[in-house]
Ligand binder design. Sequence first.
Ligand SMILES: C[S@@+](CC[C@H](N)C(=O)[O-])C[C@H]1O[C@@H](n2cnc3c(N)ncnc32)[C@H](O)[C@@H]1O
Length: 364
Amino acid sequence: MNIIFDGKESHEAIIERSNKATSRIVCEEKSLIIKGDNFLAMSSMMPDYKDKIDLVYIDPPFNTDQIFLVSDDRVSTISRSRNGKVAYSDVMTKDEYLKFMYERFVLIRELLSNKGSLYVHIDTKMGHYFKVMLDEIFGDDCFKNDITRIKSNPKNFDRKAYGNQKDMILFYTKTNSGIWNDIRLKCTNEEIAKRFSKVDSDGRRYTTIPLHAPGESSVSSPTGQPWRGMNPPQGRHWRTDPTEFDRLDSLNMIEWSSTGNPRIKKYADEHQGKKIQDIWSFKDPQYPVYPTEKNSDMLEQIILQSSEKGSYVMDCFAGSGSMLLAAQKHNRRFVGIDKSEMSIEIMRSRIENTDYSFIDLSSK
Ligand SMILES: C[S@@+](CC[C@H](N)C(=O)[O-])C[C@H]1O[C@@H](n2cnc3c(N)ncnc32)[C@H](O)[C@@H]1O
């Protein structure tokens, strides 16, 4: 299934156009800030950075038909009124916008390494077009998640529709071997007390789980064989080869009820934390330094999950540079691109003490 919009070009034609860039950004193995249009910037990076970027997060303009301004009197106050300095403009027809994003997605994929991931932050008006576009460019087998980001408290709109509290982050990998660090969230004390409600004679909190799980295994599989004369209940199979139960039992890791029902013990102090789910709650700063500045804890979570120390992390709609700061904090190299004078000024002032190359393509 392919998306159709005016002026759509093939991937080959987009890459060929990108190959015609006359500027070239040489890889010096350090972080980069580039001022200029991101199609040109990524084209100029292509000879040296193709297949080198491990993580791309973007938060592009959302096609809102607005001009985003920062008022002069209070730098941190974001104003959409006419009396302020332009941060960036978000005014395009829908077809122009889809073409603009499509060709950038094609270049991003070229720059991503084979273990690379893309996170696209977008609202629900445009996000579904992006899903179809990205399935086409990356392949739907490389679609990983449509993350719901709760961005605000409940709202009281006058509009005859439900309040809008969320936007979305589409997560893709370039291949099926994307970096995945399986980072976990720490349980709160209340969650620990609720999940691990039993306490053993050493004062350790624990809970128990059954030895079996849903689904029957094949007759020949060890997980369908009897263990100590017991079969798994109908419609279920042993969680593991029953010889493992012997080992657990010898370590006193199986609790037997008075009626002879065995359950596996799980200790709170061995718990690795909660798996991160696809609904995130991260509110953006109340006093942003730049319009639509994103939550830094959210960006750090993405970096820790999908990149490694030393990885190149790119944000080619970098705005205030929050993604670059998060990358720097976790010892990743960053590539930040933006065409807005104000964005570049703000991000450079925030990344003062880092050794990076600055490249100005704005006159090209
Ligand atoms: C929504 S803001 C990004 C905000 C950012 N995530 C943050 O946390 O501050 C989008 C940014 O994309 C930039 N932008 C829009 N079109 C661009 C283009 N063609 N090339 C480079 N930057 C562009 C705008 O100048 C703006 O700073």
